[in-house]
Write a protein that binds this ligand. Structure first.
Ligand code: TYD
Ligand code: MG
Length: 449
């Protein structure tokens, strides 16, 4: 008689083992193993069901895109949603994933049918939200369901143009013994839904909550299976939200969509720079503007710094929206290269609007904001500062200088401090702006303070 076989699978990372372990050797999580029964497939001889076809005979998928009529979302998807594709929308709980996809039900062409399956909220709760979002779509079908087999059956019977599964973590299959949300359940549910999507041509949006580590639970295990992975990010304290493509089989991953969470749902922000600079005071001390790149899209951000004498023995350094270690390094450069006595000062850095920046092209602007606060001198509000800073105080070249300069010019800035190595490209990008090339931070600060 054949033995029933089982394996243990880590619910966080999908690591598999046959021996019980208290701690996963892959992701180092304690007590994370679930037992799974192995399903042994029956052996069968292969039958040729699929006839190979030539490239010319393949219908062009890109022609069959469904337009969401939300320009920011369409852009991130690469020009609309491809029929039969699977899109994973990840993000922190409460960031607005369900709101975004419920709004899609209203904005899309009303000839397209949508099936919204929620495993998280009751139909009454969705009804209240839909009322708040003023959704009156007649082609929208809703169901409160967590059983994967029944969800697949619903999709196969109703054949909607778009199905929204909120969230993939709540779906469970009776074929598996593991609990909902475990790595095995997630993988199985995604695979089953993928088969349904490809079979009947329904495009599926999967909503996925992000774990503490910042990846979709369990980490990364779904990303390789789906066609497109979008992350919905933002600071909970700010209303600004960014939709970012991290994988897209049908478009570029360099696109972002910008939204703002308001009382009646998400509003598209087609001019994020203007929105981010709207509350800015002219010529204020410790404030500096720079065009940062989000994907290929330049966005003007305001960097603010506050440097003041420390009240206690240990100076505090706090950075919001920018890496703390990078700020500590820039403070050290200011001390060493320019002789600023910052060692007995508290320093606070903030990016206005709850935006997060990771690129080093912001170094010089952060330095300038700190220097402005430290010396109590304002920076002219019509100046932008772009450049990466090295440890010896040199200013290094940045990428896409022309896009950055164009955006600054569009928003009415008149002067740009740029790295010497970018001088020619910057001058070619704008005839109206005064371009000041600099090769070290001393020169840069002399030009603005
Ligand atoms: P939600 O879409 O439920 O988040 P997720 O599905 O990602 O978990 O968004 C919930 C948050 O959005 C909640 O904190 C309230 C806020 N919100 C608004 O500010 N305005 C609105 O119109 C709606 C519907 C939600
Ligand atoms: Mg939700």
């Amino acid at each position: 008689m054949a033995k029933s076989k089982s394996k243990l699978v880590c619910r966080e990372c999908g690591y598999e083992t046959v021996k019980w372990m208290g701690k996963c050797p892959s992701c180092l999580t304690f007590d994370s193993f679930d037992e799974e029964l192995l399903i042994v497939a029956k052996k069968s001889s292969p039958v040729l069901k699929i006839v190979p076809t030539s490239l010319q005979n393949i219908e062009e998928n890109s022609k069959k895109r469904m337009i969401m009529n939300l320009a920011e979302l369409d852009r991130v998807l690469g020009g609309g949603l491809v029929k039969g594709s699977m899109v994973l929308v990840g993000g922190d709980p409460g960031i607005g994933k369900s709101t975004l996809l419920l709004q899609v039900c209203q904005t899309i062409d009303q000839q397209l049918s949508v099936f919204y399956v929620s495993g998280e909220e009751s139909l009454a709760q969705i009804g209240i939200r839909a009322k708040r979002l003023k959704i009156e779509s007649t082609s929208l079908l809703l169901a409160n369901e967590t059983n994967l087999e029944r969800v697949c059956l619903h999709i196969e019977i109703n054949k909607p143009s778009i199905a929204i599964v909120d969230s993939i973590q709540t779906m469970y299959s009776e074929e598996l013994t593991s609990v909902p949300g475990s790595a095995n359940q997630l993988r199985h549910a995604t695979l089953r839904l993928m088969q349904v999507a490809k079979k009947i041509g329904t495009a599926i949006f999967l909503i996925g909550h992000v774990t503490k580590e910042g990846s979709i639970a369990g980490p990364k295990i779904l990303e390789h299976m789906v066609d497109t992975v979008l992350y919905f990010e933002g600071d909970k304290s700010s209303s600004f939200r960014i939709l970012r493509a991290v994988k897209n089989r049908f478009g570029s991953t360099n696109e972002i969509g910008v939204f703002e969470m308001a009382d009646h749902g998400l509003i598209e922000v087609s001019n994020p720079s203007l929105r981010l600079l709207s509350g800015r005071n002219n010529d204020s001390i410790g404030s500096c503007v720079m065009p940062t790149l989000e994907g290929t899209r330049p966005i003007m951000i305001e960097i603010q710094a506050l440097v003041c004498a420390t009240a206690f023995g240990m100076p505090r350094r706090m950075a919001t929206g920018v890496d703390n270690k990078r700020v500590t390094m820039l403070l050290a450069i200011l001390e060493k290269v320019l002789g600023y006595k910052i060692y007995n000062c508290d320093a606070y850095i903030n990016i206005a609007g709850g935006i997060k920046i990771t690129e080093t092209a912001c170094d010089l602007a952060i330095l300038a904001a700190i220097a402005s606060s430290f010396t109590n001198q304002p920076i002219n509000h019509k100046v932008v500062i772009i450049g990466e800073t090295g440890l010896t105080g040199e200013v290094r070249a940045v990428s896409y200088i022309n896009q950055r300069i164009n955006e600054a010019e569009r928003l009415g800035f008149t002067k740009a401090i740029v790295p010497l190595a970018n001088e020619l490209d910057a001058k070619a990008a704008s005839s109206k702006m005064t371009i000041i090339p600099v090769d070290n931070i001393k020169k840069a600060l002399k030009m603005i303070l």
